[in-house]
Write a protein that binds this ligand. Sequence first.
Ligand code: CP
Ligand code: NVA
Length: 297
Amino acid sequence: MKKDLLSIQDITKDEILALIDRGLEIKADKRRTDMPLKGHTLGLLFEKPSTRTRVSFETAMFRLGGNTIFMNKQDTQLSKNETVKDTARVLSRFLDILVVRTFSQEMLEKMARWADIPVVNALTDMYHPCQILSDAMTLKEKLGTLEGIKVAWVGDGNNVAHSWINLASKLGFRLVLACPPAYFPSEEVLMHAGKNVEVTTDPTEAVKDADAINVDVWTSMGQEKEREQRLKDFAGYQLNRSLVDMAKPDVIVMHCLPAHVGEEISEEVFEGPHSVVFDQAENKMHLHQALLEAMLL
Ligand code: CP
Ligand code: NVA
C-alpha cells in the first residue's frame, strides 16, 4: 500500500530517527554521485508562496537524479473547478510522488485518498511535517541528541507548533509552548499530545533552561487580515535577548523562516550567536533527499 505523509502522525518514531540519521549522512557526503531516483518525477502542487520548501524539494530531487514539475495551483484546472478527486487520479498517471502546499488539511487528505501515488504535506493551515523533520535533524546536529532535552516554542500555536507537538509526543523530549491565551494550539492536537508537552502563557517558563527555542511568524499565510490585531495580541512574546538569557548558555535559536525580524524575534537574537536559522534552512534539502529516498525506493 502507498504511504502518505500528511502529518507526523503518519510515521513512527523509528522512521523519524532513521530519516534524521540519513539526512545527516547525506549532508556529510558532499561527493554523492549515485542517482537513485533517475527516471522518477516529483510533482509540487502549491497554493501558497514558498521559497525554502519548493527549492529544497526541487534541489533534493535533482541531486537524486529525478525530475520535478512545479505547479502553481492557480495555473492548473483546479482553479477552474476541476475536482481534487479527478486531479489526484490524473496526476497519479504522470508522477511518482506529489508534494502539496495548501490551506485545508481536508483538501490534502482528499488528494491522498484519490491518488495512487504517495502524497506529502508541504504545509497546510494545520501542519508542516516536512519542516519539523528537518528541524529534528537540526536539533540532533546541533545538540548531539534528542533525548533529555527541553525545547521551547514562543508565539502562535499554529501549524508549525502543531507539528512540533506531534514530534515531541513521538520522540519524548520535553516541549513547552508559550502562547497568548487566544492562540493556544488546537484542542485536537493537544488531546493526542504526550505528557512531555506543556502549554503556558508565560514565555519565561517556556525558555527557562531550554536547549532550543523555536519561533515563527505571528501572522501566517492566509491570516493577513488579522495582522494588526495579532501585533497587539503577541506583544510580550518577542524572542529577545532577555528571554534567550534565561535558557541554557549554549541554547540554539530556531525559526522555520520566513522571519519578520523586529516582531516575533529581535534583530539582535536573529543575527546573534545562538541563531542556527540558515543551517536549519539548509537541512531541509538534506532531509528531503532522505524523505524522497525512503518514500520512493
Ligand atoms: N519554512 C518554509 O516552509 O519556508 P517556505 O515558506 O519558504 O517554503
Ligand atoms: N506558520 C507559517 C509558516 C511558514 C513556513 C505560515 O503558515 O505562514
